[in-house]
Write a protein that binds this ligand. Sequence first.
Ligand code: PLP
Length: 399
Amino acid sequence: MENQAILNNTKEINFDAVNGKFGEFGGLFVPPVLEGKLLHLFEVFETARKDASFQEEYAYYLKHFVGRPSPLYYAHRLSQHIGSKIYLKREDLNHTGSHKINNTIGQILLAKRMGATEIVAETGAGQHGVATATAAALFGMKCKVFMGSEDAERQKMNVSRIKLLGAELILTNAGRGTLKDAVDAALGYYIQNPNIYYLLGSQVGPHPYPTMVGYFQSIIGREAKKQFIEREGRLPDNILACIGGGSNAIGLFNDFLKDHEVAIHAAEGGGIGAVLGETAATLTLGRKGVFQGTYSYALTDENGEVYPTRSIAAGLDYPGVSPQHALLKDSNRAEYHLITDDEAIEAFQLLSHLEGIIPAIESAHAIALAQKILKNKPNQISIINLSGRGDKDVERDLT
Ligand SMILES: Cc1ncc(COP(=O)(O)O)c(C=O)c1O
């Protein structure tokens, strides 16, 4: 859709959460034992967000522990290859190797305020597991990480890192042994142990997680906007990110949502293509419904049964998606594209060869999308969120 048409359609829409709802999406669909806990968590978050001492502590760890601000790097050889000017927002350079640490530092500070002593998390690609185990080690808290057995097999390096950081890794063999199964296992543990702190890693699940995770990741876009304007003296034409649950994408997008001249694009894990059961392209092929605590799109059949998913990228291999992205899709403010495994592998190699940057296979989906939609657009300037580095994928031999 032309940008002017998007402007006319979306300028009245509030894309921010109002009590956990993004338009018709979001909400809190959990057993009563968790409802009060999650509403309390929202209150703690709201108080902390307005508290200068919390903001100061969060900013301190982002700067001195994570290494922020991350650079905005002009990728000149990739730009030449595609025929359009491209900057990379280097979340891969954060401590622990991805954007996930922005959220875990924010949430661990909330957990500390709440007096929590045990942290529980799920992980797919292992990056959120590593980031949570890191944050727990930093504050001397006990940590359990749930992971699907298939993901543990394909992300071995992160399995070792999680253990080395002192966390207990609990594998689940349910389903295909991927992120959905890890979330089910972690939520199950939370229901049994409602006094732990559940540190959810993407913009999914019940309120207040989509609001909180979106908030903590928005540092990405705030920095990128400032850095871009300093370099180019204007706003970018396009911003791009990969999307699993949606946290790195919303992190980049949030600060640009009202800038209607900026086109917004996200790359879903398409697996073998548009075949239900063999893809993880939730916004491209999903239906509206309640899934894992929130109302959004999900890869389900007409009876609400969840399809198995497939993606080369463990971090994108998930049948649910953020309620805020659901609203961005339905309002046409952002476009969501299916990127296949083969396209992502080609982009993984391309960025490595052209720029000397090995991306996470998740992030390679955003590079593949750029190849498709930015080809020979020399007058356009874009930002791609490089959500993570590819060390974890090297031993899979994607060459
Ligand atoms: C490097 C990287 N990028 C992207 C993702 C996808 O998650 P999200 O959509 O929440 O950013 C993951 C998830 O594990 C990841 O590890």
